[in-house]
Ligand binder design. Structure first.
Ligand code: DLL
Length: 437
C-alpha cells in the first residue's frame, strides 16, 4: 500500500521547517499565556523569564513546568487563556486519583484536533471509503469525540457506538461493515474474544485496522489483538491536558508514534531533577502546546515514561517518534524496593503463551511487600490436573523472578474469570494504598 498522508507537506516537512514553525509558534504562545493566564505570569516572573526572552525552541528549557496539580488548583477554568465566549467545548478527566481536571477548546482548537485525528486515520490506511467504528467512550472523556472528529474530517463514515454492550459492538461490526475499530486495547481484546465466541470468522469481517490507546499495552498484546481480529493494530497516544487522542500517532512501520510536532513540542526529562535528556534516553515525557488557544499548557509534566527517537522512518514522516509509554511514573510499583511496571509482567505472561487477561495484587504482610499475579489459563489447560497447574504456575514464577528480580506468586485462574474492561483496564490492586500504607 502506498503511504498516504492527510497533510503531506506538514507530515513530511524538513526538520529545519519544523523547527522554524516550532520557534515561531512557541514565541507567540508564551506571549499569549503570559498576557492571559495569571499562573503563567506569576511562574515566569518568579523564574525571572519574560516573554521576550523566548526567541526560539532553544529557549524552551528556561520556562517553568506545568503540573497536573496546577489544573486541579485552577479548577475549573483558571488556566483558560481565552474568554468563555470563545470556548466551544469542554472535556474533563478524573484520572485514577484526585479531583477531575477540565480543559476547553476554541473552534480552532477543535479544528486542529480533527486534523491530527485525520492524520492518524490516514496513517492506518483509512479514507472516505471507510467505516470508523468508535468504541471509545463519548462524553467528557476525549476518546470518542477525538476519533469521531477525525472521521468527519476525512469524510469517512463515523459509527459512534461508544463503549459498552459488547454483544451489540460485535453485531455492528458484522452488520454495518466497520473497517476501522477505535477503542482501548483491553476492550479490543474483549471484542475480539466475543467475536470468536460467537463463532464469527474474523477473516470474513471487513475490519482491517484498529486504533488503540489510552492505556499502556505491550507488543505481545498487539500481536494477540492482531490475531484475534485479523487486523493491523496501531497505537495512539494522547492526554486530556494536551488535546486528547492523537497527540502522537502510529504509522505503517508500527515502531512508535510520530508526535505532531507542528502543534506540540515534546521533551524527555529526568523526573527527579527536571534536566532535559537527549533523544534515545528514557525519561518523563513533557509537552508544550504551541498552537492551542484555550489551554496551551507549557512544559506539561505527563508522568508518562518513554523515549523519543529521531531515526528516519520508512513511512516518510519526519516528525520524531515516541516509544509506547512503558507506563506512568504513578503506575510504577515499588515492591521490596524494586521498581516494577505492569507492562513488564504483561510481557512475560504473553511470552509464556498466556493472554493479556491478568490482574496484579500488591499487599504488605508482616512488613513485607507481596506481589500476586492472577492470570487466566488457556482453554486447553483448563482440564489439566492440579499438579500440572502447579507446575505451570511455578514456571511462570521462575520467569517473572528472572525478569523482575523479585519473587511473585502466580495463580492460574479459570478462562474468562478475570473481569473484562470496556475502557481503561485496571490491572493493579495495591492494597498498601487502600490501607494508607
Ligand atoms: O486517554 C486520551 C486518549 C483517548 C488517548 C483515546 C488515546 C486514545 P486521559 O484519559 O487524559 O486521555 O489519559 C491520558 O493515558 O497520560 C497515558 O498515561 C495514558 N495513555 C494514553 N495513550 C496511551 C498509549 C486519554 N497509547 C493518559 N499507551 C496518558 C500508553 C497511554 N498509555
Amino acid at each position: 500500500m502506498a503511504e498516504r498522508y492527510w497533510q503531506e507537506e506538514i507530515e513530511t516537512a524538513s526538520r529545519e521547517q519544523i523547527r522554524q514553525w516550532q520557534s515561531e509558534r512557541l514565541v507567540k504562545t508564551v506571549k499569549h499565556v503570559y498576557d492571559n493566564v495569571e499562573l503563567y505570569r506569576k511562574r515566569m516572573d518568579e523564574a525571572g523569564v519574560k516573554p521576550e526572552d523566548i526567541k526560539s525552541v532553544d529557549d524552551l528549557s528556561k520556562l517553568p513546568f506545568t503540573y497536573k496539580q496546577d489544573l486541579r488548583d485552577a479548577y475549573p477554568y483558571g488556566l483558560f487563556a481565552v474568554p468563555q465566549k470563545d470556548v466551544v467545548r469542554l472535556h474533563a478527566s478524573s484520572g485514577t486519583t484526585g479531583k477531575q481536571i477540565v480543559v476547553g477548546y476554541t473552534k480552532n482548537d477543535l479544528d486542529v484536533w480533527d486534523d491530527i485525528a485525520a492524520r492518524q486515520l490516514y496513517a492506518v490506511g483509512a479514507d472516505e471509503n471507510d467505516y470508523i467504528h468508535v468504541s471509545y467512550g463519548y462524553g467528557l472523556f476525549t476518546g470518542g469525540f477525538g476519533l469521531h472528529g477525525g472521521a468527519g474530517k476525512i469524510g469517512a463514515t463515523a459509527i459512534p457506538v461508544s463503549s459498552g454492550n459488547t454483544e451489540r459492538q460485535v453485531t455492528i461490526l458484522e452488520d454495518f461493515g466497520s473497517t476501522v475499530l477505535c477503542c482501548t486495547p483491553s476492550y479490543a481484546m474483549y471484542i475480539g474474544e466475543t467475536v470468536r465466541k460467537r463463532g464469527i470468522d474474523p477473516k470474513k469481517l471487513p475490519l482491517k485496522a484498529g486504533i488503540f490507546g489510552a492505556e499502556p499495552w505491550t507488543e505481545g498484546m498487539r500481536r494477540q489483538i492482531e490475531e484475534l481480529l485479523d487486523i493491523k493494530a496501531y497505537d495512539v497516544y494522547g492526554l486530556t491536558e494536551i488535546m486528547g487522542p492523537c497527540v502522537s500517532y502510529e504509522c505503517s512501520e508500527q515502531t512508535g508514534m510520530h508526535v505532531n510536532e507542528d502543534h506540540f513540542i515534546i521533551e524527555t526529562i529526568n523526573p527527579e531533577t527536571g534536566e532535559v535528556l537527549p533523544y534515545g534516553e528514557v525519561g518523563e515525557l513533557v509537552f508544550t502546546c504551541i498552537t492551542k488557544e484555550c489551554c496551551p499548557f507549557i512544559r506539561y509534566r505527563t508522568r508518562d515514561i518513554g523515549i523519543i527517537t529521531a531515526d528516519k522512518c520508512s513511512c516518510g514522516r519526519t516528525f520524531v517518534k515516541m516509544s509506547k509509554p512503558m507506563g506512568r511514573s504513578d503506575d510504577m510499583m515499588i515492591i521490596r524496593g524494586v521498581n516494577v511496571f505492569p507492562s513488564q509482567i504483561e510481557t512475560v505472561l504473553i511470552k509464556m503463551g498466556y493472554s493479556a487477561n491478568y490482574k496484579i495484587y500488591v499487599d504488605r504482610v508482616n512488613n513485607t511487600d507481596t506481589l500476586e499475579v492472577h492470570v487466566e489459563m488457556n482453554e486447553d489447560m483448563f482440564s489439566d490436573t492440579v499438579a500440572d497447574i502447579k507446575a505451570n504456575e511455578a514456571k511462570l514464577e521462575a520467569e517473572l523472578r528472572s525478569l523482575l528480580g523479585i519473587g511473585a506468586d502466580v495463580k492460574l485462574v479459570a478462562p474468562g474469570s478475570i473481569e473484562r474492561s470496556m475502557g481503561k483496564a485496571v490491572r493493579v490492586v495495591d492494597k498498601r494504598k487502600l490501607i494508607g500504607g
